[in-house]
Design a protein around this ligand. Structure first.
Ligand SMILES: *Cc1c(COP(=O)(O)O)cnc(C)c1O
Length: 377
């Protein structure tokens, strides 16, 4: 599934060291698929998935908006050609002076999930639009976002009433079903919650306009995933079911689903060894690990597809690990990874579907290893 352009780039340029190569054609296809799947929703690309300037510029030129979590991300989106009125400051945890800076840059839409955050926004960005994030259970997500963000729907009602009282525009409700969500119906109960929040506020004369349906759209790793079209149909059916003929403005914020399958990491086998002569599980050490950008292998949550030059030969389960001197730098051990028995030191492997959540997770210089290099083609 790695594209011919990426393979060609690696063959002709032969970059040294581990590196990510991202194919912009795939990003463009993904954007167009999302737009086709949910034509009435605005697309806010979640910048944190991969903030490479080439990606942001392409998406801005295609008409994307941006979901940003910090002032630095907002500045990157603006520099790439995004406009401030199409930026959402979607982090529910912001310093008041960062809210003020975002406001000064022209950003006018902010996420909240507490009374305390509403007070900061009322002071630092008077009159801004706010949307309140509600909790979801994250069930079915391979990278759940748990209880860190959002509040229960009843509290969301109170938070949005409070925002209105403090002179802000109570604009809507948001949720995130959890990243790498492989269940098509995961949006349904969150949309039911959103509808209840809309109704309770309407009873108090506050009319919400928007539902931010977050990210969660998956990338294909080892298992097949439904198409963007299938997600679009399921989500639209739930919108109809819960909002009838009064479907509000909607936003989606794909991160992984926009860039994950657009990238592949080239890495190299540094060592293949055993811990004892009787050991039947070999250890395969790559020149990239948890600290070089593969942080999502934490708890073996994300299981990447790895292509080797010896695919087709007999395989044996291996423990796969990174090159640093930290015992946490093991990628797959609880569930060993099948690798060709013939795999040898110096072999180059391709870790596929790594366009999202890799470069920015890579450490600055742990053990002197440089951060993950990336090429956007
Ligand atoms: C991380 C994040 C996203 C993107 O999530 P994906 O699962 O990568 O699509 C979207 N919205 C918010 C608020 C986020 O924090």
């Amino acid at each position: 599934m790695t594209t011919a352009r990426i393979l060609d780039f690696l063959r002709t340029r032969r970059p040294d060291g581990p590196c990510l190569v991202v194919d912009l054609d795939v990003v463009r296809d993904n954007f167009l698929s999302f737009r086709k799947a949910l034509p009435d929703s605005s697309i806010y690309y979640a910048v944190k998935a991969n903030p490479a300037p080439e990606i942001l510029r392409l998406l801005a030129s295609l008409g994307s908006s941006f979901d940003c979590a910090s002032v630095a991300e907002i500045e990157m989106a603006l520099k790439a050609g995004g406009s401030a009125d199409r930026v959402s400051y979607g982090n529910t945890i912001k310093k008041e002076r960062d809210i003020a800076r975002a406001h000064a840059l022209g950003v006018s839409m902010f996420a909240v999930d507490s009374h305390e955050e509403v007070e900061k926004i009322a002071r630092a960005a008077p009159g801004a639009r706010v949307f309140c994030r509600v909790l979801t259970d994250g069930e079915g997500a391979e990278w759940p976002l748990s209880r860190k963000f959002g509040c229960v729907p009843q509290m969301a009602v109170d938070v949005l009433v409070y925002a209105h009282q403090l002179g802000l525009v109570s604009h809507g409700v948001s949720f995130h079903v959890g990243s790498q969500m492989t269940k098509l119906d995961a949006w349904d109960s969150a949309l039911a919650d959103a509808r209840r929040v809309f109704d309770k506020l309407a009873q108090q004369g506050i009319h919400l306009k928007m539902v931010n349906m977050g990210g969660g759209f998956p990338t294909r790793y080892l298992k097949d995933i439904p198409t963007a079209q299938a997600y679009g149909q399921a989500i639209f059916a739930s919108l109809r079911k819960h909002f009838g003929n009064h479907i509000p403005e909607t936003i989606i914020e794909p991160g992984r689903g926009m860039v994950g399958n657009a990238g592949a990491i080239k890495a190299e086998v540094v060592l293949v060894s055993r811990k004892s002569d009787e050991d039947d599980v070999r250890w395969v050490f790559l020149d990239i690990g948890k600290f070089g950008g593969l942080a999502e292998t934490m708890d073996e949550a994300i299981r990447y597809s790895i292509v080797t030059p010896r695919d087709g030969d007999a395989v044996e389960p291996c423990v796969l690990a990174g090159p640093t001197c930290d015992s946490a730098d093991v990628l797959y051990e609880k569930t060993p990874y099948p690798m060709p028995v013939s795999l040898t030191i110096g072999d180059e492997v391709l870790i596929e579907g790594t366009g999202a959540y890799t470069t920015t997770y890579s450490a600055v210089a742990f053990n002197g290893f440089e951060p993950l290099r990336s090429y956007v083609i």
